[in-house]
Design a binder for this molecule. Structure first.
Ligand SMILES: Nc1ncnc2c1ncn2[C@@H]1O[C@H](COP(=O)(O)OP(=O)(O)OP(=O)(O)O)[C@@H](O)[C@H]1O
Length: 734
């Protein structure tokens, strides 16, 4: 009492913040020294920017908090703002919260007598609050603070709701601050009579049906709201009892929305007769009495106080001895717990992602979500589906479990892709690449070449009757490779980047003349300075030009924009020097060369399409190395456009047309605006002129009237003068 009469300064400069001793959703609590009073206090620093409520609302709540006067309620000494932070100065409770004590020393909860002692003190606070028309709405172990001497205070009164409550809960909460029941009653009576009068009038007018609905609903809804909110604290009280008994709130490992659903659907949680054998029957009964879903059936705080369970309660000394003994300073404990929680969070996030993080946060927040505000629950339940989808990521669905699947499984599409990758990986070792490796000495064979599929079925390798058994075997092997690759490798990949051509590779280019060789070398050097795809385009193109050079023949087929020559289809080898430069017989190279030539055909088509595309891109006309490729290959102007190109072209034309018409419209509109402007200016000018004329007239008339007055006055003066003279003359004659 004496402490509350002290004048606590309301300036941040008068307080020296020490270590952090607690953390809430949007507030941090510090141990601090009140310098002028030389007293240790606790300061709760609220970030108002993270708060839904307005500053006045919070201030009002904090003021209410400062007016409360009960030994079991944490009073605030004073509060003030510092920047965008609100500082609430309170007594320092060196034992910290029950949640902190449990986490550091009693992870499995307290023993029954401790719980009874703690809960009795909390219930005393609730009785006081309810009797004064207040509800706490945040009863939880984290808000039961213990002082050095074992005295208990219920904290976070009033302010907590603003930190994570919004909408209906906040509104309904505000309704009950002060003496809400009386306001509600009067409002109810006024509305009742208002509707009765309207009803009577409408009854007379035979409009009775719709109004009856409203007349029945309104009092019922009000009654329910009123009955509900007071009992919410009793529910939370029951949950806190379970929290203190087990070390954690029921369902604390689930995400908040799941808890809400479980609360609505499942039977209320309670002390298990089997698992919680160590607890007395009276404790179990007390918890069961609090955790009744129907708020009307829950006892009031006053009635609950008479429950036999609280007969087990002991004194503050008992608490000091049993739970505070050997505890390290609050700041150290808090730091350790925070570090532990952060570790746990990281671990959980690694394991389960954000879902567990949410659960953890909810657990840190405690059981403030435990209430039965129907509107609140309805609103939250409306979000459940959406939330559930997010929150159950990583958790197997029941149905999925039944089917042997979990949520983690990707959809069939991605599964296919995954299978493809697995198949691909598995297929690699099984591909005998020796034949192609054997070709490395003669050709630029990169990994992509190996991976590329070729139209084997369309152009089967024709074997000369003279081919030896080894050759046949090699060809068969090669075909096997191709068929394997076809089943495992998807299309686009094969057109991506390729490897660089090593200088020392003996390639067909080496079989060309010196001049040509130099030219090709130059090309290769240019190629190396470019990125993968382009390089590959050029490289393949080079190969194609080579094949064209060496196997130019009559066009037998026009495939889109590119021709298939006899040489492409011919089983004959390109003009090759059969000299054993590579040490491999030329006949064995033949089928391989054939297949390379064929897959180049497919690639060439793709390359030409890409070149065309690049060519159409603005700013890519010259100097990019593609010109050479283009000119070296074919005349693109003669290539008929693809349907897509035609479609794009027509779209461009349409767009150009619409731009033209829009420009025209804009011009017209501008013209119109100009005309309207002129018109309105004209009208305005006319009106102004008219008024000027009027003014002029009035001024003139004024002037005229002035003149007339002047004249009249002069005439009058003249007359008066004349008359006076006459009179003077008459008088002098007499
Ligand atoms: N006066 C105090 N003395 C010592 N510790 C305190 C005091 N007030 C609060 N704490 C500690 O700080 C923690 C957070 O405080 P508080 O509950 O008021 O913040 P909050 O933002 O409202 O948190 P929440 O909304 O999660 O309840 C408490 O759990 C408690 O451990």
């Amino acid at each position: 009492m004496g402490a509350t009469k002290k004048k606590y300064p309301v300036d941040a400069k008068d307080y020296k913040l020490h270590e952090e001793v607690g953390e809430g959703v949007s507030a941090s609590v510090y141990r601090a020294l009140c310098v002028p009073l030389n007293e240790i206090v606790a300061i709760k620093v609220l970030d108002l920017e993270r708060c839904n409520n307005d500053l006045d609302g919070i201030r009002r709540e904090v003021q209410t908090m400062s007016l409360i006067n009960h030994p079991n309620l944490l009073q605030s000494y004073c509060s003030f703002t510092s920047g965008h932070k609100l500082w609430v100065v309170m007594p320092y409770m060196s034992g910290g919260s029950c949640l902190h004590i449990m986490k550091s020393s009693f992870p499995d909860g307290f023993e029954e007598r401790v719980i009874a002692t703690l809960l009795r003190e909390v219930l005393k606070a609730l009785v006081y609050l309810h009797a004064h028309g207040h509800i706490h709405r945040d009863v939880k172990a984290g808000n039961i603070l213990v002082d050095f001497n074992g005295s208990i205070k219920l904290a976070d009164f009033g302010v907590s709701a603003c930190m994570f409550d919004a909408g209906d809960r906040q509104r309904s909460r505000n309704t009950f601050v002060g003496t809400p029941c009386w306001y509600n009653l009067w409002l109810c009576i006024i509305f009742f009579f208002f509707f009765v009068i309207i009803g009577v009038i409408l009854c007379a007018l035979k409009y009775i049906t719709p109004l009856n609905v409203y007349l029945r609903m309104a009092p019922e809804v009000m009654q329910q709201l009123h009955g509900y909110d007071f009992k919410a604290d009793i529910w939370s009280f029951g949950i806190t009892a379970l929290e203190l008994a087990h070390g954690h709130a029921p369902f604390s490992k689930y995400p908040p929305m799941k808890v809400l659903l479980m609360t609505l659907q499942n039977a209320p949680p309670g002390l298990d007769y089997e698992r919680d054998k160590k607890f007395s029957k009276s404790f179990k009964d007390m918890v069961a009495a609090c955790l009744v879903k129907d708020p009307k059936k829950r006892p009031s705080s006053e009635k609950l106080m008479k429950h036999p369970f609280f007969k087990h309660a002991k004194t503050a000394d008992y608490l000091e001895r049993s739970i505070l003994d050997g505890l390290s300073p609050l700041g150290d404990r808090f730091r350790m717990l925070k570090a532990k929680e952060a570790d746990l969070l990281v671990q959980n996030q690694e394991l389960y992602g954000d879902k567990e993080h949410l659960s953890q946060q909810e657990y840190i927040r405690g059981i403030s979500g435990w209430n039965f505000n129907l509107e609140d629950l309805k609103n939250q339940a409306a979000l459940i589906n959406e939330y559930d989808e997010i929150s159950t990521v990583g958790e197997p669905k029941t149905s999925d479990l039944q089917n042997g699947f979990s949520d983690d499984q990707p959809d069939p599409k991605s599964q296919d892709t995954a299978d493809e990758i697995v198949n691909l990986e598995n297929s690699f070792p099984s591909i005998p690449i020796q034949p192609l490796q054997a070709l490395k000495g003669c050709f630029d064979i990169c990994e992509d070449d190996i991976e590329t599929d070729s139209p084997t079925e369309q152009h089967p390798v024709q074997l000369s009757p003279k081919a030896s058994e080894t050759e046949k075997g090699e060809i068969k092997q090669l075909e096997r490779i191709k068929s394997l690759q076809k089943t495992t490798i998807s299309g686009p990949r094969k057109y991506m980047s390729g490897s660089l051509v090593p200088d020392n590779v003996i390639s067909p280019k080496k079989l060309l003349s010196n001049g040509e060789r130099d030219h090709h070398r130059l090309k290769i050097q240019v190629d190396r300075s470019k990125s993968g795809p382009l390089q590959y385009i050029q490289r393949n193109n080079m190969a194609n030009s080579l094949s064209e050079n060496v196997s130019e023949g009559a066009v037998v087929q026009q495939k889109g924009r590119f021709r298939v020559t006899e040489a492409d289809l011919s089983p004959k080898a390109p003009v090759l020097n059969p000299s054993p430069t590579s040490g491999v017989p030329a006949t064995s190279l033949l089928p391989s060369l054939q297949s390379i030539l064929q897959h180049n055909t497919v690639q060439r088509e793709e390359i030409l399409r890409l070149i065309k595309f690049v060519d159409q891109t603005p700013g890519s006309s010259s100097g990019n190395g593609l010109e050479r490729v283009e000119t070296g290959n074919s005349d693109f102007s003669q290539i008929p456009p693809t349907p897509r190109e035609r479609e794009l072209h027509s779209q461009v034309i349409q767009l150009q047309q619409s731009i033209g018409s829009l420009t025209e419209q804009l011009q017209k509109q501008k013209m119109k605006n100009f005309q309207v402007c002129c018109h309105s200016l004209g009208v305005l000018g006319g009106v102004l002129g008219f008024f000027c004329f009027l003014g002029f007239l009035s001024a003139r008339s004024l002037k005229q009237s002035n003149c007339l007055t002047f004249i009249a006055e002069s005439v009058l003066a003249e007359i008066v003068t004349q008359e006076t003279l006459k009179m003077v003359r008459v008088t002098s004659l007499e």
